[in-house]
Design a protein around this ligand. Structure first.
Ligand SMILES: NC(=O)c1ccc[n+]([C@@H]2O[C@H](COP(=O)([O-])OP(=O)(O)OC[C@H]3O[C@@H](n4cnc5c(N)ncnc54)[C@H](O)[C@@H]3O)[C@@H](O)[C@H]2O)c1
Length: 348
């Protein structure tokens, strides 16, 4: 109960990772306030907070307007800053929207924090995308920052703002740069949020998975519960020895293996397709993180293997299909669910 009676703000808390984090904080006894603007095209979903039964306070507001919340900010013991637009594709189509959400709004938020709650611990959700095409693997925190898309550039700026405010002593900020995250509450209904969301939607509606390219590219998907563990550790550590942490999954897997494991769990196959024209220029090839620094600082390692994580995630979504899929997908999802339960009831 590290967070008992603490007032914790979670920006982006209606979304995938933020809602999982908020629920865990509530279980740990924190008083949680979410600031989330529920932006169309991002993963905010009120249903994510159902287990809280109204015990989490939600302010629907852009973090760029956080200056208007001085009293709220002033009482914060910790701020988990997860507000952001995660789509690389959306950022290429509308870079100014991405700049506003991921950079301008972040600077407003951080300046409001400096004014109203100087020195507060802020844990920011950064991204591996800021590194661009890996020059070596596993990727550690010393890798050059050289993003290949607007989302990477804008997230890099926000990441560096956190570093700047930490360096000048205004905020006790750190950044956890995440690899591909999956798990319950991810926005499987929104296209352009990465291949894992797309895979889970297809698993739920019983459609074969599309692997772009030859499938040999490596990724290290990480389950959201592991991510939440790292955020909780960073939020309450008495002193930080580092300010930047890469966070990756338990093991690198090829996209082909990811599709094979996921497809097996859902009873569907996969096939290869050429990269779509809009994805090709922003594809980074193989990637996997070194999480050594997170281990050294907090004893953190990813614990949930991919197969186990897929099973747990599928089970969550199958219980709540209509809260995560678009109505047009419901009939196919019901058919896929019926077929999955028939298969699992078969003897032997
Ligand atoms: N999911 C991943 O694989 C992944 C990987 C790397 C980094 N991240 C980072 O983690 C954070 C959370 O990602 P997620 O997957 O939960 O995304 P998500 O889309 O599910 O949730 C993000 C939430 O932030 C809110 N939001 C966006 N901009 C906002 C703003 N300016 N003010 C207030 N609310 C705003 C959205 O409404 C949404 O509810 C993001 O910052 C993202 O860049 C995620």
């Amino acid at each position: 109960m590290r967070y008992r009676d603490k007032h914790v703000i979670v920006t982006g808390g209606l979304g995938f990772i933020g809602s999982n984090l908020s629920l865990r904080l509530m279980e740990e006894g924190a008083r949680v306030t979410i600031i989330d603007s529920a932006i169309p095209g991002c993963g905010g979903n009120r249903f994510n907070l159902t287990p809280a039964g109204g015990r989490i306070n939600v302010l629907v507001r852009d973090v760029g307007q956080a200056e208007e919340l001085p009293t709220l900010l002033a009482t914060a013991n910790v701020i988990f800053n997860l507000a952001g637009e995660i789509s690389h594709i959306h950022s290429m189509r509308d870079p100014l929207r991405d700049l506003k959400l991921n950079t301008t709004a972040q600077l407003h938020l951080l300046e409001a924090c400096v004014r109203n709650v100087p020195g507060v611990r802020v844990v920011y959700a950064g991204t591996r995308q800021i590194y661009g095409v890996p020059r070596y693997l596993p990727m550690d925190e010393n890798h050059p920052i050289d993003p290949v898309d607007f989302n990477g550039v804008h997230k890099a700026a926000a990441d560096l703002y956190h570093g700047l405010f930490a360096r000048n002593g205004s905020l006790d900020a750190c950044v956890i740069r995440l690899t591909n995250v999956y798990g319950p509450r991810m926005a499987v209904n929104i296209s352009g949020q990465g291949f894992l969301g797309n895979f889970f939607r297809r698993m739920l509606i019983g459609e074969p998975l599309d692997v772009f390219g030859d499938g040999t590219q490596l990724r290290d998907p990480v389950h959201v519960d592991d991510v939440v563990d790292a955020f909780l550790a960073a939020g309450c550590a008495p002193k930080l020895h580092h300010r930047i942490f890469n966070l990756g999954g338990p093991e690198p897997l090829s996209l082909m293996d990811i599709a094979r494991i996921a497809g097996n769990e859902a009873g569907i196959g996969f096939g290869f397709k050429p990269f779509p024209a809009d994805l090709k220029p922003i594809e980074i090839g193989s990637y996997y993180s070194s999480s050594t620094r997170l281990f050294e600082e907090f004893g953190w390692t990813a614990k949930i293997g991919f197969r186990q994580g897929v099973q747990q995630t599928l089970s969550y979504f199958r219980q709540h299909l209509n809260n995560y899929l678009e109505p047009r997908d419901w009939p196919r999802a019901q058919t896929a669910l019926a077929s999955a339960s028939t298969t699992s009831n078969e003897p032997g």
